[in-house]
Design a protein around this ligand. Sequence first.
Ligand SMILES: [Zn+2]
Length: 212
Amino acid sequence: MKISDIERGVSVRTRVKVPIRPRAGKVRFEPEMVTFSGLCDNAEHLALVFGPSGAVPHVRVHSECLTGDVFGSARCDCGEQLNEAIMHFGACGGILLYLRQEGRGIGLYNKLEAYRLQIVNGLDTFAANRALNFPDDPRDFRVAAQMLQALGVREIALVTNNPDKAMQIAQHGIEVNRCLCTGVFANETNRSYLHAKVVHHQHSINLSGDYQ
Ligand SMILES: [Zn+2]
């Protein structure tokens, strides 16, 4: 796919500075929140541009997780990863792409149904998805490449443990210069979830240490 194919019809709609106060730390940042027109799935994805982070910007592509991001659910590590990205980008610059792909693309209600299956039937996160007739991970990261193109970004350092995410973004015309791993946010509740991501999808998460 050529870059021009991605760019066609995708543009920045609005840029507005919004002061934010991260959950952890008594700090305040003022990223630019950016909205878009013409994204391939027509969802309301959001970019937070924290300012320059060198010639190759650091980018985190975060999929929405209401339970983790908003309520601090201990079943996953999403809230901690989001907060880590905000604290890092607030201090050093970077771009956070917040994708409205709740439950790895299956939606909030289905995600909670999958949680129930995990608890009642002992399935791991991917087996539970399959039991609900969803693929392991139906997310499409083309939209992230489109957002970066609209922001004028061609080359990135991607903050991720997920090799598939890096591959998909590269396939859609963004040069992924390197990947930077996130911290490890294991606890007694999410440890099997993190383990499944390592075993089934080769995520780079070192689970050999103590819980954090
Ligand atoms: Zn989560």
